[in-house]
Design a protein around this ligand. Structure first.
Ligand SMILES: Nc1ncnc2c1ncn2[C@@H]1O[C@H](COP(=O)(O)OP(=O)(O)OP(=O)(O)O)[C@@H](O)[C@H]1O
Length: 250
């Protein structure tokens, strides 16, 4: 597809809905995220952000509505297919293998899905070279042979981000990258996001750290009770009375 015809909208949902019992965690959410931007999804606790992520990445099936990526329907596709299509994600509670080394964690990240493959890290030279390059990039190369369970939580978040980058996704969804991370590592995660965005990666970030959100994002979507209630540039969203109401209940 030529640059001229490339759609500006990357990831998009139309009336996406998912309930748990009587709770509508995501409630007819219609949102469009533009390619090439750093997008943030914010909102009070329990407003449905993680459920939205899970529906988009195939971890849970929405009960109705659609998810589109660059105009193509991907609703209900299994997670590995969505990942292969170019959408990578991290998790709120970091997902790493604590008994494996950092390098092994990255080699596992590129294995095809399935338990047998999962347990056998890739030994392919190209993958090893790529993993080493990414460890340098996130500043963890000196810990290549350390067990992942022995490094700090912030370093584990960086390791998880490197794992997401192993498959070279062009859209990266991060669920609370700054949660539980010390300020200097938050700074490093923010710089990496900026660098990767400058290289063409699109980001969709769920985050409670407002300083990070407001300094990093091009576009902020505010979620409340399972649907967007406001969106725009950080400075616009910050002033929106609906946002203050959602957060403070005023
Ligand atoms: N697996 C589940 N089973 C039952 N209820 C769930 C489940 N997952 C989420 N919920 C409920 O759905 C609603 C939205 O939760 P979700 O975790 O998506 O919100 P969130 O905005 O990501 O919250 P936080 O900012 O605290 O991480 C909440 O009421 C939550 O209790």
């Amino acid at each position: 597809m030529s640059e001229q015809t490339k759609p500006a909208t990357g990831l998009e949902t139309v009336r996406l809905t998912k309930s748990f019992g009587g709770v509508r965690a995501v409630d007819e959410a219609t949102i469009a995220f533009r390619d090439g931007q750093i997008n943030a999804l914010i909102g009070p606790n329990g407003s449905g952000k993680t459920t939205f992520f899970n529906c988009v990445t195939g971890m849970i099936k929405p009960e109705s509505g659609s998810v589109l990526f660059r105009g193509k329907e991907i609703t209900g596709h299994p997670p590995h297919r969505i990942a292969r299509g170019g959408i990578g994600r991290s998790f709120q509670l970091c997902r790493i293998f604590p008994r494996m080394t950092l390098l092994e964690n990255l080699l596992v990240a590129v294995r095809p899905t399935g338990l047998r493959q999962l347990l056998a890290p890739s030994r392919e030279a190209g993958a090893i070279e790529r993993a080493r390059g990414l460890l340098v990039r996130v500043g963890l190369d000196h810990l290549e042979n350390a067990e992942a369970g022995a490094i700090s939580y912030g370093q584990q978040k960086l390791l998880e981000l490197a794992g997401v980058l192993m498959s070279d996704p062009d859209t990266i969804m991060l669920d609370e990258p700054a949660g539980g991370v010390n300020p200097s590592l938050i700074g490093r995660i923010g710089s990496l996001v900026r660098e990767l965005n400058a290289e063409g990666k699109t980001f969709l970030i769920v985050e409670h750290n407002m300083e990070m959100v407001m300094s990093l994002s091009d576009h902020v979507v505010v979620f409340d009770r399972g649907r967007p209630i406001a969106e725009g540039a950080p400075s616009v969203v910050q002033e929106d009375p609906r946002v203050l109401e959602a957060y403070l209940g005023v």
